[in-house]
Design a protein around this ligand. Structure first.
Ligand SMILES: C[S@@+](CC[C@H](N)C(=O)[O-])C[C@H]1O[C@@H](n2cnc3c(N)ncnc32)[C@H](O)[C@@H]1O
Length: 203
């Protein structure tokens, strides 16, 4: 599992990603980690889509937090890539569904990577002080900005993959929030972008 990941990976990392994919396929019928239709295209729809965020990690980041990790996208892919490329990066995965959180812990254990799984609701967490905050398919941008305000360390970056609605979500957010925005085109979906956001504050 090395094609189109936007990052060069060693054989060990490739084997970890393959083990993760095998566990996902095994657990998916019981706990619906990803849509059944996307299983046929796991590599692009989930692995490459997640790995492109790792390429945007600011150098020197120490703590990456992924909110609403579900089956581990992007957070678990980030943790596996970090084990090879950024071994000092701590990765926290927040997932309130206990069965999905158990899956995340199982993959971390079986692949031998470090990831801190928090089986809690985001709203009940103490501030995470993350250098990088990610969330895919979790909430609208105004809600994500509220999470970013609470959980990013000063100077931290949020990376939010968004689909075709991103322009209207940004416009809606500007009523209540100030932030610096860079838009990165998605490498896996021509209609999608990754919103890189810094300096979040309320209007
Ligand atoms: C649509 S899924 C997306 C999962 C994954 N990020 C992905 O893109 O494949 C959203 C996930 O967020 C979790 N979630 C939703 N609201 C949450 C909350 N308030 N706190 C923690 N997890 C939450 C859900 O249990 C679900 O697994």
């Amino acid at each position: 599992m090395t094609g189109d990941l936007a990052v060069n990976v060693s054989r060990e990392t490739s084997e970890r990603l393959a083990s993760y994919a095998a566990l996902l396929v095994k657990w998916n019928p019981a706990i619906n980690l990803v849509s059944k239709s996307s299983l046929a295209d796991l590599q692009t729809r989930h692995f490459a889509d997640s790995a492109q965020l790792f390429a945007l990690c600011p150098p020197g980041a120490r703590h990456w937090a992924d909110l609403g990790s579900g089956g581990g996208f992007p957070g678990l892919v980030i943790a596996i890539l970090a084990a090879e490329h950024m071994p000092d990066l701590t990765v926290t995965l927040v997932e309130s569904d206990a069965r999905k959180a158990a899956f995340l812990s199982t993959v971390a254990r079986e692949t031998g990577i470090r990831a801190k799984v928090m089986a809690e609701r985001i709203e009940s967490l103490a501030p995470l002080a993350a250098d990088v905050l990610s969330a895919r398919a979790l909430a609208s941008l105004p809600q994500l900005l509220a999470f970013a305000e609470r959980h990013l360390a000063p100077g931290g970056h949020a990376l939010f993959p968004k689909g075709a609605t991103h322009r209207s979500e940004v416009a809606e957010s500007l009523a209540d929030w100030r932030f610096d925005l860079r838009e990165h085109p998605s490498k896996t979906d021509p209609l999608a972008v990754i919103l890189e956001i810094e300096g979040v504050s309320r209007v």
